[in-house]
Design a protein around this ligand. Structure first.
Ligand SMILES: NC(=O)c1ccc[n+]([C@@H]2O[C@H](COP(=O)([O-])OP(=O)(O)OC[C@H]3O[C@@H](n4cnc5c(N)ncnc54)[C@H](OP(=O)(O)O)[C@@H]3O)[C@@H](O)[C@H]2O)c1
Length: 301
């Protein structure tokens, strides 16, 4: 993995109060942002638990980092598209002494596919992460949880009569809906005084836009992906915004972390206001009740 020297310099300068020896679980550790995040956390002497759906890739990453850093790394299978796998991951994590969870895994621009009567984007980006977080927060009362939002939350408002978006054909809107729900949930947990944080990586030419994820027709990967790599941020830099979540224990509930720069798509991290009506949605009791009804139903199944 190539990590830019200037990103490490940024870390040396800005990330001083990370507790060395903390155990940090990262979902999607084998993804583009996840790998950089794992590298930075190992660099900062944290022990790591990779939550991955590709164990071989996870072990390769483990080996690469253990050659460089003296930390402990475990690799655990996690598939957010399979609730049994999520339950097994929670069971494994319950034995490990976790201080922090980075919920970084996610899918983008996928066709509608039903899992347990939910769309896969809703299930993987929102419902299963929240299911796991609710369980982990009960096991570890002091755990810190950092969720990965997206500026795509701007694309729509939540519709309390259509939270699941099962008839929505537009893939980007279903993605925006899943991230906005995750953001509403995180912001509400913070408002209640829980140790949650919310960050976003701006826009970065990651594997979300790689052909293996089959999000777009083949031609997209020939022409658009290379262009994105020129225009948008490298995942190394994007991961700094997620990492900053670890450093911001007292961030007000109405703020999140992301790249500064135009439209918050590029640049080094800073603290930003959550806008676009999301805070008004927090005041909508009926909407919150409906969201938590879905979450609580999943907990009790
Ligand atoms: N890139 C952007 O511009 C952008 C913008 C806003 C937000 N984000 C968010 O940033 C996060 C990181 O994404 P990325 O850009 O680094 O893309 P990425 O390289 O595709 O990483 C996504 C990670 O999620 C994992 N994943 C996907 N489905 C999963 C499932 N069912 N169970 C468990 N893990 C699963 C992937 O596993 P594999 O490694 O096995 O593929 C991968 O490790 C995501 O939450 C994404 O929504 C990205």
């Amino acid at each position: 993995m190539k990590i830019k020297r200037k990103c490490l310099k940024y870390i040396d300068k800005h990330f001083k109060n990370i507790k060395q020896g903390s155990t940090v679980a990262i979902s999607g550790a084998t993804g583009s942002t996840g790998k950089a995040l794992a590298y930075y956390l190992a660099y900062l002497n944290c022990n790591l638990v990779f939550l991955v759906r590709n164990i071989k890739e996870g072990n390769n990453l483990k080996k690469e980092l253990l050659d460089l850093f003296k930390v402990n790394i475990d690799v655990i299978y996690l598939d957010y598209a399979n609730k049994k796998s999520v339950d097994q991951t929670i069971f494994s994590l319950s034995k490990m002494g976790i201080d922090l969870l980075f919920n970084n895994a996610g899918i983008y621009h996928q066709p509608l596919k039903l899992i347990d009567n939910y769309d896969i984007t809703f299930y993987v980006n929102f419902l299963m992460p929240v299911y796991m977080e609710e369980k982990l927060a009960k096991i570890y009362s002091n755990i810190k949880i950092i969720n990965t939002g997206s500026i795509s939350y701007r694309y729509l408002k939540l519709n309390k009569n259509d939270l699941l978006k099962l008839n929505e054909k537009n893939r980007t809107l279903r993605y925006g809906n899943s991230k906005r729900l995750l953001m509403l949930y995180t912001t509400y947990k913070k408002y209640l005084g829980n140790n949650f944080s919310l960050a976003h990586p701006g826009i970065s030419a990651t594997n979300l836009f790689a052909s293996k994820n089959k999000a777009y027709p083949k031609i997209f990967y020939v022409f658009i992906t290379p262009l994105m790599k020129i225009i948008f941020m490298n995942p190394n830099k994007a991961a700094l915004s997620l990492l900053k979540g670890i450093n911001e224990d007292n961030l007000p509930f109405n703020k999140w972390i992301g790249p500064r720069g135009l439209c918050h798509a590029w640049g080094y991290p800073n603290i930003q206001a959550i806008k676009e009506g999301l805070l008004e949605e927090l005041k909508d009791k009926e909407l919150l009740d409906r969201v938590f009804k879905i979450i609580n139903k999943e907990q009790s199944k």
